[in-house]
Ligand binder design. Structure first.
Ligand SMILES: O=C([O-])C(=O)C[C@H](O)[C@@H](O)C(=O)[O-]
Ligand SMILES: [Mg+2]
Length: 418
């Protein structure tokens, strides 16, 4: 089952002005879509980041992968590692932690691993979940991922979500999202306003949605003392507290004083981080993300490792499209230890590159597709439109900071400001 051709298409899709510690989301989010065209016309799909620095790494490995057997994943990894050598890809926002050579190779490999698994599934007539050991659940739970946000992009009309900056508007956005998708837990992206304002937001959600598990993630926007204070104030209210402060050592200091587990997608982002973080009991939950953890099978390896140390597993997300959602659903279904509702940015987008109908949220969960491979079909016209948007928008990397400075000239990213 050899790869005959590889088509990499950078795409862009409209994204609302969502706020975080680094600033605000630009009008378009970028992704890279890969099609592995194999023997017998089988096509394997993959999706990952669309930043130029990442696409450049991907473009380097493409010529080496033509003729490769999609069933030879160790060989795929060796070839990618050989081409990338000591390369380190880094993004500007740092919202998925630091970068290393190991993480760079894992990130590039993941894009192709998912596409190979999709092709394998088509060849065998089995869904990807079966190639990962089979379903441990029929549907995968997701949480309502709330952001504080501006009402409109610069020069544009107010979007359908409107401005979300107060506890009342946060509750309103949660209600809309839960009415539409049926989510049974809520995550709030924090680190945007003074901690007390964000505590008030969480309290308002707790009152409006009694019993729903709540999380807040200020992306390391608080100092250790502030994080400990917030943990105390929200004791009994939060399911977990995500990345309150930077670094494994800081997280360990907070974890020692906090009653709820600390979660992370910033200080444990590669297998090299596990030993120091787990030894110091810095985290109680790791947010997996196949895009940078080295694909679907290494996400399962991460899960087993976490389980051995009594650490829970959840799932991180960045702005993404349907190919990534399908991959997230298959791996989560095949990973019994992944018991927390996963993150997804899905509700914030309005277009996709896949044909509609294969992935649906019912009661906050997505049923695992039972069609071969990932179970999603590329819509060539939608892909072409999304590529035109990529070319037209002129964005080549995610840069929330520079865009934020067009709203607030003096803005500085909030790296543990409070
Ligand atoms: O859990 C997280 O840290 C994220 O989801 C990172 C994302 O980049 C998020 O902050 C965003 O989309 O602005
Ligand atoms: Mg996070």
């Amino acid at each position: 089952m050899k790869i005959q051709d590889i088509v990499l298409t950078p795409v862009a899709f409209a994204d609302p002005p969502l706020l975080n510690v680094m600033g605000v989301h630009e009008p378009f989010a970028l992704r890279g879509v890969v099609q592995l065209v194999c023997d017998d016309g089988v096509v394997g799909l993959g999706e990952s980041y669309g930043d130029l620095a990442f696409l450049d790494q991907v473009r380097q490995v493409i010529p080496e992968l033509k003729g490769h057997d999609v069933f030879d994943l160790p060989g795929l990894q060796r070839k990618i590692a050989a081409v990338l050598g000591k390369a380190v890809f880094s993004d500007q926002h740092g919202l998925t932690g630091g970068f290393s050579n190991r993480k760079t190779i894992a990130t590039v490999y993941s894009l192709f691993e998912v596409a190979c698994l999709d092709a394998q599934g088509h060849f065998l007539g089995r869904p990807v979940v079966d190639l990962l050991g089979g379903k441990s659940r029929d549907a995968v739970d997701f949480s309502a991922y709330l952001f504080y946000k501006y009402g409109a992009h610069l020069g544009a009309e107010e979007d359908a979500w409107g401005e979300v900056t107060t506890p009342e508007t946060l509750v309103g956005a949660a209600r809309t999202m839960i009415d539409r998708y049926g989510f049974k837990s809520i995550k709030v992206k924090g680190g945007v306003f003074e901690p007390d304002q964000e505590i008030a937001g969480i309290r308002a959600l707790a009152e409006a949605f009694p019993g729903l598990p709540l999380r807040i993630d200020p992306n390391a926007g608080w100092k250790v003392d502030t994080a400990i204070r917030v943990a105390r104030e929200l004791d009994g209210v939060l399911e977990y507290l995500e990345d309150p402060t930077p670094g494994i050592e800081g997280m360990a200091q907070v974890a020692a004083q906090a009653n709820m587990p600390l979660a992370t997608n910033m200080c444990v982002v590669s297998f090299d981080d596990i030993e120091p973080a787990f030894r110091q009991r810095a985290v109680g939950v790791v947010l997996s993300d196949h895009h940078f953890w080295g694909g679907l099978r290494d996400t399962q390896a991460l899960s087993k490792t976490a389980e051995c140390f009594g650490v829970g597993l959840s799932m991180h997300s960045n702005s993404h499209l349907g190919i990534s959602l399908a991959a997230m659903v298959h791996v989560a279904a095949a990973t019994p230890h992944l018991t927390y509702a996963c993150d997804t940015h899905w509700p914030w987008k309005t277009t996709d590159v896949i044909a509609p109908g294969s992935l649906a949220f019912v009661d906050g969960a997505v049923a695992v597709p039972d069609k071969p491979g990932l179970g999603v079909e590329l819509d060539p016209d939608a892909l072409a439109r999304a590529h035109e948007d990529y070319v037209r928008c002129g964005q080549t990397k995610r840069d929330d900071v520079t865009y934020m400075r067009r709203f607030v000239g003096s803005f500085e990213p909030n790296t543990a400001r409070w």
